[in-house]
Design a binder for this molecule. Structure first.
Ligand SMILES: NCC(=O)CCC(=O)O
Ligand SMILES: [Mg+2]
Length: 323
């Protein structure tokens, strides 16, 4: 035999030498949930180890993450039901929870990369990502709300705004709004290919943001489609996105690869709440080795072509030196 690929696996030193893919702290983005109040820290039942933080505790959490070399955070608000309405007006109220949180984080940690979520669902009494009229999601009317939300977040200090709604034309609309208002430096990380997935369940528990009727299939993508991801990615790129995101990650590694092969922009992937919950549940029962499973999951997402990974595992992998 002339070819013996096993020779390159014979020792740890050689295995490391030929390793093709690495995950580092710099690739990770940590999603964080925010609730109102003082000194609050409540665990999300379906996401063991993940908490909703009041702003004071959020600052402590971010401070300890920064010490671990974890520098990028994606913030999501849990909004009181009484503050929700049809037009998500709470999303651009100056003294609202979310905008206060962004201002506080940037005031205390100007070096942190703060990514903000642009979508109506946490503030919508319908629990949808758009304005609902007679059971329909109105695309162009929704862009107006997303624009207000984006400007308010940029004003509060967002480094990157991340529209997660899947309305058509929103990247171009938001890019123009930002540029016209002196926020040329604010980046856009677009959820380009966001699928109508079962794996968002625990996230909706965390934020209490599940749709009040129907589902999100008229705007989020059909899990059966791959080519459609390229259409979405191409439009977002043309409209001025700085990052293209695929979401979820694990059941969509082929989509990450396809998008990566068709763009020069960095691709981000969202290792979503249901993916985290599945792994944690098996670990809690002693059915999986956590360190090995988490490291394999993150490596596979990088191998597929993601530059940045949004993952609820971010803090624990750095804390435990699992990478
Ligand atoms: N717009 C953000 C999400 O929908 C996150 C979903 C998840 O982690 O399940
Ligand atoms: Mg789109």
């Amino acid at each position: 035999m002339l070819q013996r690929p096993r020779r390159n696996r014979k020792s740890e030193a050689i295995r490391q030498m030929v390793q093709e893919t690495h995950v580092s702290a710099a690739n990770l983005i940590f999603p964080l949930f925010i609730i109102d109040g003082d000194n609050q820290k409540t665990e999300v039942a379906s996401m063991p180890g993940i908490y909703r933080y009041s702003i004071d505790n959020l600052l402590r959490e971010i401070e300890s993450c920064l010490k671990l070399g974890l520098n990028a955070f994606d913030l999501f608000p849990n909004i009181d039901e009484a503050l929700k309405d049809k037009y998500a007006t709470e999303s651009h109220r100056e003294e609202g929870l979310y905008l206060r949180a962004i201002r506080e984080v940037k005031k205390h940690f100007p070096e942190a990369c703060v990514i903000t979520d642009v979508a109506m669902d946490p503030y919508s009494s319908d629990g949808h990502d758009g304005i609902v009229e007679n059971g329909e999601i109105l695309n162009d009317e929704t862009l107006e709300v997303l624009g207000k939300m984006t400007l308010a977040q940029a004003q509060a200090g967002a480094d990157i705004i991340a529209p997660s709604d899947m309305m058509d034309g929103r990247v171009g609309h938001l890019r123009t709004m930002l540029d016209d208002h002196g926020f040329k430096h604010v980046s856009i990380m677009s959820y380009s290919a966001k699928y109508a997935s079962a794996f968002y369940g625990p996230f909706r528990d965390a934020l209490n943001s599940a749709p009040k009727f129907g589902d999100k299939k008229t705007y989020q993508m059909n899990p059966a489609n791959q080519q459609e991801a390229l259409i979405e990615a191409r439009f977002d790129e043309a409209e001025g996105a700085d990052f293209l995101m695929v979401k979820p990650a694990l059941s969509y590694l082929d989509v990450i690869k396809l998008v990566k092969d068709n763009t020069q922009l960095p691709v981000a992937a969202y290792n979503v709440s249901g993916e985290y919950a599945m792994l944690k549940a098996a670990v809690q029962r002693g059915w999986l080795n956590e360190q090995r499973a988490v490291s394999e999951v993150l490596t596979s997402i990088r191998r597929a072509g993601a530059t940045a990974i949004l993952t609820y595992h971010a803090r624990e992998v750095l804390e435990n030196k699992w990478l």
